[in-house]
Ligand binder design. Structure first.
Ligand code: HEC
Ligand code: HEC
Length: 349
């Protein structure tokens, strides 16, 4: 990566003089710089998602598990209050986020590091989960919020009690995993993870890379060239244009560093967010301090690469980023099985 951003410094001055390459040249340039597109066919894309989830080895996706995982994803009874589901903060109708700067959970508590909810769309392709990369995959990740006192504020025992008190849920687990299945907290989280693997969103950028020259307009193509030549792809690469741990505050300190006090992992690195659907997921940065995408682009160039982009350059890169807004899977809002007399009632303390 080091050579990548050193190179970026040296070409920064010639940025606006670059001629636009042909489509084939541009596609080659994208691939040469480590950005990958989603495969064209839905089937191949689903297979790629399955392969990208290391936990899928022990828990293969099936239609029954996906449907059950979807119900759990939308079920607010996984929270102490019966009010908060995964979808509250990762709203699938809003690009997989909540559109507020800081995540708001149990009893309206704000995340104590002022962390912004990242999108769940395409999160299966992240190398690590969470801003400090502390979870390796989605199944492990999904356990966190249920137990987190400022998110859903439940406990493993309580979540197990609630789901096991609902016979229709138990029956669905048995149908999905076999008759002698015990519904554990881990299995509940794993099953939500299986559903999350389906949240993948092919975009006009992928169409372009798969051969459709008109999927991007000329401004977006110029923006894509700038994105690469400025050095953005050194971190925002791979199939998710992000997803790995990277150093932060490289050339300059992020303007809103003091808000929330988040410092990254032990080496000060931060998980690079995916740029897929980025136009739909303001506000930006780990603490949600920047609302306009062009401002986020300028701040990134300055903080990470020591480059001050002008308005025209930032505008072009932003136009390219809009081409990463993907087509969402059709999700039918599920009917959730009824609670019973045995189901614990909500608590608000
Ligand atoms: C109160 C709001 C809230 C709720 C409820 C919530 N999340 Fe999150 N989620 C967040 C925040 C904030 C983060 C980032 C936290 C961090 O990095 O430490 C996050 C991170 C994630 C990530 C990692 C994504 C990435 O790019 O790193 C995934 C996946 C995720 N949540 C899925 C879920 C699932 C599944 C549920 C339900 C079991 C859930 N979340 C419930 C706010 C929430
Ligand atoms: C050295 C690695 C690196 C480089 C180079 C880099 N980024 Fe980032 N990018 C990151 C990291 C890490 C974050 C998360 C920062 C945070 O949340 O505080 C991020 C965050 C972002 C965000 C906000 C994402 C969100 O969901 O809030 C955008 C937009 C972005 N980058 C675009 C760019 C653009 C455009 C460029 C080139 C001008 C660029 N980045 C260069 C690593 C990098």
């Amino acid at each position: 990566m080091k050579t990548g951003y050193l190179l970026a410094f040296s070409i920064a001055s010639s940025l606006s003089l670059q001629a636009i390459p042909t489509d084939n040249e541009l596609r080659k340039m994208v691939l040469d710089n480590g950005i990958e597109a989603f495969p064209k066919s839905q089937k191949e894309l689903a297979a790629l998602a399955e392969k990208s989830a290391p936990e899928s080895k022990n828990n293969k996706s099936t239609p029954a598990k996906i449907e059950l995982g979807k119900k759990l994803y939308f079920d607010p009874r996984l929270s102490a209050s019966n009010l908060i589901s995964c979808n509250t903060c990762h709203n699938l109708a809003l690009g997989g986020v909540d559109l507020v700067p800081v995540a708001i959970g149990h009893k309206w508590a704000a995340n104590h590091e002022h962390l912004n909810s990242p999108t769940v769309y395409n999160s299966v392709f992240n190398e690590v989960q969470f801003y400090d990369g502390r979870a390796a995959h989605l199944s492990e990740q999904a356990q966190g919020p249920m137990e987190n006192q400022i998110e859903m504020a439940s406990s493993r025992a309580e979540v197990e009690r609630r789901i096991n008190s609902i016979p229709a849920y138990v029956a669905e687990f048995k149908k999905s995993y076999g008759a002698d299945t015990k519904v554990s907290f881990e299995l509940i989280a794993d099953t939500i993870g299986v559903f999350e693997r389906t949240l993948v969103t092919p975009s006009p950028f992928d169409d372009y890379m798969n051969g459709s020259n008109s999927a991007l307009d000329s401004k977006q193509k110029e923006g894509l060239v700038l994105f690469i030549e400025t050095g953005c792809a050194t971190c925002h690469g791979g199939v998710n244009l992000g997803g790995s741990m990277q150093p932060f505050n490289i050339a300059r300190e992020y303007k809103y560093t003091s808000l929330g006090g988040f410092k990254g992992d032990k080496d000060g690195r931060v998980k690079t967010p995916t740029l897929r659907n980025i136009a739909q997921t303001p506000p930006y940065f780990h603490n949600g301090a920047i609302w306009k995408l062009t401002d986020a682009v300028k701040e990134m160039a300055s903080v990470q690469l020591g480059i001050e982009l002008d308005d025209v350059q930032a505008d072009k890169i932003t136009a390219f980023l809009h081409s990463l807004t993907g087509r969402k899977p059709k999700i039918e809002y599920p009917q959730l099985p009824d609670s019973t007399d045995e189901t614990p009632t909500p608590t608000f303390d």
